[in-house]
Design a protein around this ligand. Structure first.
Ligand SMILES: Cc1ncc(COP(=O)(O)O)c(C=O)c1O
Length: 457
């Protein structure tokens, strides 16, 4: 069967806005697409986080949610699912991924040392490391730099460079290592099992805690099965489990592969660390058996975690990303290759070659695409990278992207055709698209909050 592996049972009308209406809305949002109302967006590819559609089984579970403060039936269901999918028995539910980051990272930075190494940290992870007085460091495989190459594991960590750094500063200066699966900040690119094993070995050698950021653990497992020969015959769930088995713990924003709209997990192998963190969880998130989630949210997540590893779901999901990529390729629109697990990262810098990184081509292209087609994507580039907190200098991104992140089980392939068509039209007018200048910028996390104006206005 070629079609989506689900039938649509409930529909949400898509707003239709004229070009003039979109111009007015974008002006009110000061060219920052985060500030648009969803009522003004026709196809929303801002993020795949918390924007998916739940299944009928999840909605049914929701109605059976148990809202007891302590020891709820829904927590028990979640515990059963977490153990079955990940093998971890000690975990805290948290309100979303960053809730877990806020609990774990300051504790390990204070106890061990400032450095937190990873393949490439997500922006909230980076922010929590810096807020805790730590230093986030990315050790991404050099193959990721070539955006045109078909290297299959561009999310891998550069283990040699990591080891050299650990030897230079001393292992007790390293708070933890976080391997992000798939690596969102580098285009949702997968990490191979061989690489995860190497990172785990390194951490064991130097006695450094090894954590996964498992927000997209199932998409990673699916891509790994396709690309890593020794795993070609394995079940997705078993592959995911092999990754989990390597780690001392994991952080998970369940808004991605947990297939829920809100939620997260912080899991720990060691019971001792669980009890060390428990008071902070109660103070910052909630009691240990709900930690910032209602019972019904935990009930839906318990179902979602199991649905996430369904190969039909994952084939449709990655297939939809590839379909959009295929349409863009046909028109010569540059994007990161091969396409990652959760979206297509259009190379805004090459799409608008007359702009420099200081013109923020990703921001300009996001604004232009909204005006053209009512499609909302977002910049992932120099503007998102923000400034070094010590020097105040802008951090230059390795590439200037417009990210088109596809929500799970929400849009059909026909919608992808609409998105592609918007970009085709823009391509013809690309030389006329100006850069943007910043008119207001907060001290941190600027891409959510800043305002812009077109250059030359
Ligand atoms: C890899 C990764 N880690 C952490 C987070 C933070 O999760 P949340 O948005 O649930 O706080 C995200 C969110 O997009 C992510 O992609």
């Amino acid at each position: 069967m070629k079609g989506e592996p689900w039938r649509i049972k409930m529909v949400e009308p898509i707003p239709r806005l004229s070009r003039e209406e979109r111009e007015a809305r974008l002006e009110m949002a000061e060219l920052n697409v985060f500030r648009l109302s969803s009522e003004d967006v026709m196809i929303d590819l801002l993020t795949d986080s918390g924007t998916g559609a739940m299944s009928q089984a999840q909605w049914a579970a929701l109605l059976e949610g148990d809202e007891a403060y302590a020891g709820s039936r829904s927590f028990a269901a979640l515990k059963e699912a977490v153990e079955a999918v990940t093998g971890f028995s000690h975990f805290f539910p948290v309100h979303q991924g960053r809730g877990g980051e806020k609990i774990l990272i300051p504790h390990l930075v204070q106890r061990r040392g400032p450095y937190v190494l990873g393949n490439m940290h997500f922006d909230t992870t980076r922010a929590h490391i810096e807020l805790a007085g730590g230093k986030p460091l990315d050790f991404l495989t050099p193959e990721a730099k070539d955006l045109e190459s078909l290297y299959p594991f561009k999310g891998n960590a550069d283990v040699e460079a990591m080891e050299a750094f650990i030897q230079e500063v001393g292992p007790n200066q390293v708070a933890l290592v976080i391997l992000t699966l798939t690596c969102n900040s580098v285009g949702g690119q997968p990490v191979s099992l061989a690489n995860a094993r190497e990172v785990a070995r390194l951490c064991r050698t130097y006695d450094i805690p090894f954590f996964l950021d498992a927000a997209r653990f199932a998409e990673n497992a699916f891509l790994v099965r396709e690309r890593e020969k020794e795993l070609a015959e394995e079940q997705i769930g078993d592959i995911a489990r092999r990754f989990f088995d390597l780690a001392d713990g994991f952080l998970m924003s369940a808004k991605k592969d947990g297939l829920v709209n809100m939620g997260g997990l912080l899991a720990l192998r060691e019971e001792e660390l669980y009890w060390e963190l428990a008071p902070a969880v109660i103070a910052l998130e909630g009691y240990l058996t709900y930690g910032g989630l209602s019972g019904r949210d935990m009930a839906a997540l318990a179902v979602g975690l199991k649905e996430a590893v369904d190969p039909h779901h994952l084939a449709q999901r990655t297939g939809q990303v590839r379909y959009l990529a295929h349409l863009l390729e046909g028109e010569g629109i540059p994007f990161q290759k091969p396409p990652g697990g959760h979206g297509v990262f259009v190379e805004a810098g090459r799409f608008l070659p007359h702009l420099t990184p200081e013109d923020y081509p990703g921001v300009a292209l996001a604004a232009a695409l909204y005006l053209e087609a009512g499609v909302r994507g977002v910049e992932v580039g120099t503007f998102m990278m923000g400034r070094d907190p010590e020097t105040g200098k802008e951090r230059r991104a390795p590439a200037e992207f417009l990210r088109l992140a596809i929500p799970r089980r929400v849009y059909t392939d026909r919608h992808m055709e609409d998105v592609a068509e918007g970009l085709f039209h823009l391509k013809r007018r690309a030389p006329q698209i100006p850069g943007v200048k910043v008119t207001q910028e907060p001290h941190a996390l600027r891409h959510f909050l800043a305002s812009f104006a077109w250059k030359g206005t």
